[in-house]
Design a protein around this ligand. Sequence first.
Ligand code: PMP
Length: 364
Amino acid sequence: DHDMSVQQWVRPEILAMAGYTPGEQPKPGEQVIKLNTNENPYGPPEAVKQAMHAAIHDNLRRYPSPDGYGVREAAARVLGHGLTPEQIILGNGSDDLLTMLLRTFIDPGQVVASMEPTYTLYEALVTIQGGCYRSVPWQPDGGLPLEGLVALQPKLIFVTRPNAPTGHVVPLEQVAALCQAVAQSAVVVLDEAYGDFAEDHGLPLLAAHPNLIITRSASKSLSLAGMRIGIGFMHADVALQMHKVRDSYNVDRVAQAALLAAYENWSDYAPLIARIKQQRQWTTTQLRKRGFEVKDSYGNFVLARVPQGGLDGLQWLESLKKRGILIRYFGSIPQLSEFLRITIGTEEEMALLMTAIDEIMKVA
Ligand code: PMP
């Protein structure tokens, strides 16, 4: 049959994998409250939009800068910590940086380790690269399972901080200790996609740990998910190798203009981030009042265990969807079957969420 003859050319690793499923997108024109992919509820600052507009009218017929040097200079200057542009590399989203890291470090069959639960894309990317993905549970207190990780003999370790979907942060001293423990055998990738919503971050660790690599995303705190921009920080010698494996022009002109303007107008983001954090606290309190179990989150989302004896996780997902609210439910991950992950939206959106929850609890 036709399909079979096509499939026989496909790599067995790809045939065997389920494929990553991102959060559902609303149909064109459909009005929903979208709290399922951790986007920023507020648009980017005016100055950022103007810079993108200017980039469109400038020189789109030309390729972008292949390595985004100007953006990297601005990032080094604004972020401080003694960073130089030579330690920075841009990606087409931070997902692109994760792919580049695996291409740089992982040969077929080598082990890539992480904790569970965490960002489910890691496993897919490792499989595509021909590596072996292995995971160990977080410590009960959210700490790093150092011995368990080392025992896997990984070549690369993903540490997500704040973690998705739990929202917790592992102490930075433990990240430093991990870098130290595997200094001769592995690189540690600290995924700070949600780092701007936390109280501290890993950049101060870079100078002392040449095997540490930090990735960040413009999709969450910088409100540029639609632009696909990520940024990575690492030892300059590592960055030099990573530049070899990136797509030749991996970040387009408009995206580079947007990120440059984001750094040049960095302080414009502070009120937006503060508002999201405030709303995160309000949402946590309101969910707890309604019988949800919610740990403190350091991201722009919360992970909530549904109230005992009521609807199950899937029923909550569906009931909210019927009321036009999309949230994330990880039905395929057994330890998360009773949990909902809810992105922090605007004040109005979160109030509507609580109203919907009250209605659902009344009928259930
Ligand atoms: N890391 C984590 C932990 C994430 O949750 C996400 C968002 N799905 C990403 C990386 C990738 O973000 P982006 O590619 O949009 O920068």
